[in-house]
Design a protein around this ligand. Sequence first.
Ligand code: GLC
Length: 779
Amino acid sequence: MPQYFGQLPILEQPWSIIGTIKTFNINDRHIDFSCTNARFRITILAPNLIRVRFTPKNEFLPRRSWAVTLDDSEWEKTDFKLEETPETIEIKTEQIQIKIFRQNSHLHCYDQSGQPFACDAETGLGWRSAEVAAWKQIEADEHFYGFGERTGLLDKRSEIKTHWTIDAVDYGPLTDEMYQAIPFFIALRPHLAYGLFLNSTYWSQFDLGVEKPGTWRMETQSQELDYYIIHGPQPAQILQTYTQLTGRMPLPPVWSLGYHQSRWGYDTEEVVRQVAQEFRTREIPCDVIHFDIDYMRGFRVFSWSPKRFPNPTGLLGDLSQAGFKVVTIIDPGVKYEPEADYTVFDEGIQKDYFVRKPNGQLFHGYVWPEKAVFPDFLRPEVRYWWGECHKSLTDAGVAGIWNDMNEPSIADRPFGEKGQKIWFPMDSQQGPLDEAATHAETHNLYGLMMARSAYEGLERLRPHERSFILTRSGYAGIQRWSSVWMGDNQAVWEHLEQSLPMLCNMGLSGVAFVGSDIGGFAQNSTAEMFARWMQAGMLYPFMRAHSSMGVGRREPWVFGDTIEGICRKFIELRYQLIPYIYTLFWQAALTGEPILRPLLYEYPNDPKTYELHEQVFLGSSLMAAPVCRPGVEYRAVYLPEGVWFDWWTGERYQGPTHILAPAPLEIMPLYVKAGSIIPMQPVKQYLDEEGFSQLSLRIYPGQGEFTFYEDDGHSFNYRQGEWATTVIRVSQKNDQVIVDIAPRQGQWKPPSRTIIIQVVGIGEKEFVDDGTGYQWQFP
Ligand code: GLC
């Protein structure tokens, strides 16, 4: 129910209905419908994409620049036909048909075989005081995925999903609002999937058949309903179009794909040095150390504690020598500290960059530094200034920024006094004058705009090196600026299990670079849980162990030799797989594909995959079945249609089938699809480590093709053509396997190296890579 903070619930008021179509007008891209009580517009943007706008007022709202990257006029023109019947007005593109019924203004969509989807139900479009809504039919075999950051399992049918960013501390399977608010979903049934993006930054909600089974409803506390329907028919095409609309991730630096170690409580330079040292002496690969709020002087953002971190440049220089990158946390709350020579506060006040209340007074609340004020990141000049503030960090050698508490999370009195969470007043103004908006409209954007400021700032401050940005809060399109972690999870088995569907649903919402805190943030992990979490964690696109102050430590060695050995083995596997994983990141940057995927993404026509939350794909070749419960030695695994190989033993299986997979503590069941080509490298202690001149292609007999992507991994030269792709194919004739490596494309040249072709179960061949291609037949 639409109930939140201070605003009166608008419950129980009746909905006004749109009525009958009176007239309609065709423009080159859109059709305007005038109805008895309101109006709506359908814009045809692509053969599989339409936008629907509905307003009870006379005018549509002005365009907002925040989430949708392409204006309607920027889409290539799409041909469509319009026909009229006595009952309907029908629009046809190459891919879909849309029927609008004159009598009730209902809109129904059909695919080419005549299958209906996204059909209006009941009221169709309606409104009441400050809310607009639409009702649509749920088809009998339809399932719902995406919705951004969500707890619980995969399919969200029969649930209510609200979009309002909050500090979701202590979240559990029933939590609704989360740190991220992404009003997008994919509805799937065999042979037909569609995506729906509700383009509203206001409070909004999807009811997936709770109030009325068989009907889903979307509503938002805006004056206009603005949504996009994207036809697949497969999830992959939906994500491609959705990320064309909201943007795609940039290529991250390769080092950010390595293992990250973090803890709230690495509170002195000595502790950090010791942690780094342990990784190197124990030979456990690690690329990144995160500095939590401990590094600051009294939690003042953009400062270093002179006592505990007296020489950041020296410390970061030494860490860099040892192959570590440093990521520092930054929160939005700026300590309220007049006349104390705290430049960030002084400048922000002087330039009037902090959020004010509707009466013009400065807004303040309480966070780590006690009384704090908050930048208005909606304003470009504020984003620029904040971006420049990062210089104090990048000058010391910081390579990445971790944005936290940016929902924003604010209390009404000092921490420790158990205050209430508060927000800026709903009608306080944010944003530039020409696009000013209330907090009610922009609340969900606070984290996104903060991350954007950090991303743009670091790109200016480190113009030759890619940086890494991590955020807790965000809105649709956050993938353009930042990676995302799932906030404060807990060291309980249920959270390990839930991390898989959570991250998969993020991937299905256009956000590919995601991870959960390995080992759980709050509470104490057991040795067994930590080992299992590290196994699943090696599949997370963002792989970081992090823990709260006051709980047991979570470095790979704290649970003794056996667990350390298991952690090493799986971190090493991650490092070996980096050439494959980096190619997945490139695909995500190019097409919006998820990196970690639920099985339904690869097998959308196989209903057996629809509820399978405990098995995941890393790319389209590797399928893992992590263990998420204690004491497990075997687990059930579903192998969909096709031939599969066990990663560890090479054993071959014919799918579809269920198997009982051995899963002793040192094994995470892992399978490879026949015809897969997996580029791998030797284990390194950190990803920039030099002196390795070998690439292995692990190939599984069958038919397959893989486009392998490479570049220097750290600069922006790839934007000027300094990249390389190699198309590798495998085929099989009777018992003969043929591997065909096409000549390398692009201007980037890898350092000289040998390539080892390993056809699993069949044979190996080594050759010197000169980029001209290679063909080999086994036997
Ligand atoms: C928040 C973050 C957590 C961090 C802590 C201290 O709880 O979610 O990751 O360690 O703040 O900064």
